[in-house]
Design a protein around this ligand. Structure first.
Ligand code: S3P
Length: 183
């Protein structure tokens, strides 16, 4: 019989590109002292190259395989208190959605489309938005992913207009309640 899986007590941040997962993750790390891990960084470490190169040379499917592998490793690891910032498409695979909830409290950071556009246009590190019409691409991906973020998260936070400290403090309060009400 396999060992029953113990739910962890990490805080996992999900949400679309440009919603502030990495910035809020750093702030939570600063406030709580839990180690901060970023699934995109782990993917780059394991692949030995940048995300754009994985997409360009091997395609999105290969990127998603590595992403699921990284999530499996985190879920299997004995360290149970971490801040985990994730890539915006991590919710696309059903297996990932189950793994995320196993990690602990899943927080969906939301932002409006203007904020997403402004933030993501500042760098060209996001292969999925490397198109002539990023607004249409964002709208299409958001329509596909909103229900997935919604069904995966325990908490939902609208980040537009709030500082990363305000968002992190809000998350801390709700996460505390979440963890104390867990079995
Ligand atoms: C992706 C989001 C990116 C990165 C990759 C794919 C997506 O992460 O994982 O480019 O599918 O939305 P960020 O959300 O941190 O930009």
């Amino acid at each position: 019989m396999p060992e029953p899986v113990q739910p962890q007590h990490s805080i996992a941040l999900i949400g679309f590109m440009g919603c502030g997962k990495s910035t809020v993750g750093r702030q939570l790390h600063h406030l709580l002292g839990y180690p901060l891990v970023d699934t995109d960084h782990l993917i780059e470490e394991q692949a030995g190259c940048r995300i754009a190169a994985i997409f360009g040379e091997h395609g999105e499917e290969r990127f998603r395989e590595i992403e699921t592998g990284v999530l499996r490793q985190l879920a299997a690891s004995p360290a149970t208190r971490r801040i985990i910032a994730t890539g915006g498409g991590i919710v696309v695979r059903p297996e990932n959605r189950a793994l995320l909830r196993q990690l602990g409290c899943v927080v969906w950071l939301r932002a409006d489309i203007e904020t997403i556009l402004a933030r993501t246009s500042r760098n060209r590190d996001r292969p999925l938005l490397d198109t002539d019409d990023p607004r249409s691409r964002i709208e299409a991906l958001l329509a596909e992913r909103m229900p997935l973020y919604s069904s995966t998260c325990h908490l939902e936070i609208e980040s537009t207009g709030l500082s990363s400290n305000e968002i992190a403090c809000g998350i801390l309060e709700s996460a505390r309640y979440f963890f104390t009400s867990q079995p």
